[in-house]
Design a protein around this ligand. Structure first.
Ligand code: SF4
Length: 80
C-alpha cells in the first residue's frame, strides 16, 4: 500500500525508491535529518549538497520528479 500523496503515475518509482532504501542508509537518515524538511533555506541547501553523496540519488530524484514533489522538502539533491 502506498502512503497518501503518492500519485498513481509515481507508484513504480516509489517502489523502486523503497527497495533501494532497504539496501542502504542515506544522508537524510543521519543526524542532520531535519535539514531535509527545514524552513531554513541554508539548511535545505546543505541537505541538497549532502544528497550528492547518496547512493540512491538518481532513484530518489526520479521518484520526486514522477510525483511532482513541491512541498519545499529536499528530494534527490534538489529543493522542491
Ligand atoms: S537523494 Fe533522496 S534518499 Fe538520498 S539523501 Fe537525498 S533525499 Fe535522502
Amino acid at each position: 500500500m502506498k502512503p497518501h500523496g503518492v500519485r498513481p503515475a509515481a507508484a513504480d518509482a516509489w517502489d523502486d525508491l523503497q527497495a533501494a532504501l532497504r539496501e542502504t542508509t542515506t544522508p537524510c537518515q543521519g543526524p542532520n535529518a531535519a535539514w531535509w524538511t527545514s524552513d531554513d533555506g541554508d539548511e535545505r541547501h546543505a541537505a541538497a549538497l549532502h544528497c550528492q553523496q547518496c547512493p540512491v540519488l538518481d532513484i530518489c530524484d526520479a521518484y520526486a520528479a514522477a510525483n511532482r514533489e513541491k512541498d519545499g522538502f529536499v528530494w534527490g539533491g534538489r529543493t522542491r
